[in-house]
Design a protein around this ligand. Structure first.
Ligand SMILES: [Zn+2]
Length: 238
């Protein structure tokens, strides 16, 4: 029989530390759920904005292309009109002026035609961008729905575990011998979840500083001992 088994207070401290660690872990998992949901919702919002922006850009591009088509149409009509006037030109001078006008307008129309082709190609690219943004949004919505369903499924299980462990904690605390309990309560008030540490190879498991032999003996005798460096309440491993 090891000497610690004669001192229930020491093994209870071990149990208390385990319960406290488990509680910390469970509470972190409980906190993580809403954070995960917020992250997936932020992602959905981002995807909605990206899609709206891409659609607006595509629309502006299409409107600019339509505008240019109208300009081209009236430019072509103008050239037709000038050609009619050319046939009816009364003088050589008038004929030359009309020819120059037609050449200039045809140049403008040709530039417009290139610009329209370019805009149509760009519209094509934007069509693909919109499809991509729609797919990303659908995926983000699916992920958000899955995450919140999973969090909703986990939450009651985690809460039940917390409740069970809190009851175990209260029980173990009330099982502590009086002299240990006083120090335990003081240290927990000050250090919370960080109140306990195991002694491994004569070192405090919390701060890694050496625990003098006489203190180790006191722990073995079931006396309440706090680490001189970090103040954690010490217990021995099994
Ligand atoms: Zn320490």
């Amino acid at each position: 029989m090891s000497s610690t088994s004669h001192n229930p207070g020491v093994s209870i401290l071990r149990t208390l530390h385990r319960i406290r660690r488990q509680l910390t872990d469970l509470r972190e998992r409980l906190d993580r759920g809403p954070r995960q949901i917020r992250a997936t919702e932020a992602n959905v919002k981002q995807c909605v904005e990206t899609l709206a922006k891409t659609r607006a850009e595509a629309k502006a591009l299409r409107m600019a292309a339509d505008q240019k088509q109208l300009q081209l149409k009236s430019g072509e009509d103008k050239v037709k009109d000038l050609r009619r006037k050319l046939n009816a030109a009364a003088s050589n001078r008038e004929y030359q002026v009309l020819l120059e006008q037609i050449a200039a307008d045809e140049m403008t129309n040709s530039v417009l035609t290139d610009e329209i082709l370019e805009a149509l190609e760009e519209t094509d690219v934007f069509g693909k961008n919109i499809a991509q943004a729609e797919a990303a949004l659908a995926a983000a919505r699916r992920k958000a729905a899955e995450t919140s369903a999973e969090v909703a499924r986990q939450e009651p299980l985690l809460r039940a575990d917390v409740e069970r462990l809190e009851a175990e904690l209260r029980q173990a605390e009330s099982d502590l011998p009086g002299e240990v309990r006083d120090l335990y309560r003081r240290v927990v008030r000050k250090k919370g979840e960080d109140a306990l540490a195991v002694v491994i190879n004569q070192c405090c498991g919390g701060c890694n500083q050496q625990v003098p032999l006489n203190l180790c003996s006191q722990i073995m005798l079931g006396q309440p001992v706090a680490c001189k460096t970090c103040g954690r309440l010490l217990y021995l491993p099994e």
